[in-house]
Design a protein around this ligand. Structure first.
Ligand SMILES: O=C(O)C(=O)C[C@]1(C(=O)O)C=C[C@@H](O)C=C1
Length: 376
């Protein structure tokens, strides 16, 4: 019978040699980086990596080892590249980021566009972010808002990107890729639905309630206590409040925000009638300039990955190696390319941090169509 301890001693000896060789290899990679710094050559050399992997695979003796050696060398060279990116950054050749840092965003005397009607949650988000000293207008569609800032009709747009219950606003991700507009801020608004009625109405008068379908379903428990009320869904919660104000009928109510009550002169008949107390929507503030506030802490990027196994894994490793904390990842189909996806990542950091520059340089070289959507 073989002795386990003997076998483990052998493995230990091989591991020692592998570690020594790994360190030797990284030392050579460091020298290659010096050469690349002085010649301006790119770190990532796809063809060379292919050849290294093929050569190593040819030396193996069975299929299992062929796969193993391929994966191992992919990892070794990914680490080698990360070391080289770090050295580039230390030598100040990490490349300039085409974004300008500003101390503060201009929030007064600016023109802001929001999507939706007056009294919408997006208008509430706009007021909370910018205050009152602005000129604002609203448009019907998200695309109209993106166009307004792209063309310079507005300085900023306020647009929803995510709801804590309903999830991401997918169209917004596509629009951020399509337009040369950038995220410079965000505002989270709690969707605190209330029951609104006319100034002289009481709850006992109500017979009909209007809201967006989601508004009605988010207040299901409360509405079940009033089963005799007719529930009528409308396009959005603000329109529902507007209708109640315009109809002037005490038997009508709407499920809308307290902000909408103020906008249309309605009375809050009952506050906090929603089921999920944490329900919130995250709005982004978008502009057509590549700027970021110097104390910004969150970065959004998107990229496409080559259609090969492990490519997303390799790209995500740039966050791990640079100690960057990822907040989230989304994917969206790429139009016209079935079953291929574009990834959107939010992570913690500032465009001026060297770890961030490092990671972005690596991702830019290894992914396709990488775009920095903003630092805010
Ligand atoms: O040969 C090079 O150009 C290197 O930088 C070395 C190396 C490697 O570790 O083998 C690293 C990165 C390149 O993508 C290709 C190969």
């Amino acid at each position: 019978m073989v002795d386990l301890q003997d076998l483990r001693n052998e493995i230990d000896s091989i591991d020692r040699q592998m570690t020594e060789l790994f360190e030797k290899r990284m030392e050579i990679s460091r020298k290659v980086a010096e050469y690349k710094i002085s010649t301006g050559k790119k770190v990532f050399d796809k063809e060379r990596e292919k050849k290294v992997i093929e050569k190593a695979k040819d030396m193996t003796h069975n299929d299992f080892n062929r796969h193993g050696i391929e994966e191992l060398f992919q990892q070794i060279m990914a680490m080698s590249r990360k070391l080289q990116y770090q050295l580039l950054e230390e030598n100040g050749v990490a490349g300039r980021l085409p974004f300008i840092g500003v101390n503060e965003l201009e929030k007064e005397n600016v023109r802001v566009v929001f999507q939706g009607v007056e009294g919408a949650y997006s208008q509430a988000a706009m007021q909370q972010y910018f205050g009152d000293k602005i000129t604002s207008f609203h448009v019907e569609h998200w695309r109209d808002a993106m166009e307004a800032i792209a063309e310079g009709a507005a300085d900023y747009a306020v647009l929803p990107i995510e709801n804590s219950t309903a999830g991401s606003v997918n169209d917004m991700y596509d629009l951020l890729v399509e337009f040369e507009n950038y995220i410079v801020g965000e505002q989270i608004i709690r969707c605190e639905h209330c029951l609104l009625g006319l100034e002289n109405a009481e709850i006992s008068d109500i017979r009909t309630v209007y809201s967006h379908q989601q508004g009605l379903s988010q207040c299901k428990s409360f509405l079940q206590e009033h089963r005799d009320w007719k529930q009528i869904p409308l396009e959005n919660t603000a329109m529902a409040a507007k209708k109640v104000a315009e109809d002037g009928d005490v038997t009508q109510a709407s499920v809308s925000s307290a902000f909408a009550a103020k906008c249309f002169g309605l009375k809050v008949l009952k506050e906090n009638i929603y089921n999920n107390k944490a329900n919130s929507t995250r709005f982004i503030i978008v502009t057509n300039q590549r700027i970021y506030q110097k104390d910004a802490k969150k970065i959004s990027i998107c990229f496409e990955t080559p259609h090969t196994s492990g490519s997303l894994y390799n790209i995500l490793s740039h966050f791990i190696y640079n100690n960057l904390n990822m907040f989230g990842i989304q994917s969206r189909p790429i139009p016209g390319r079935n079953w291929e996806y574009r990834f959107f990542i939010d992570f913690e950091g500032n465009l001026n941090d060297s770890a961030v520059k490092n990671a972005l340089r690596g991702i830019r070289e290894e992914a396709t169509n990488m775009k920095i959507l903003g630092n805010y």
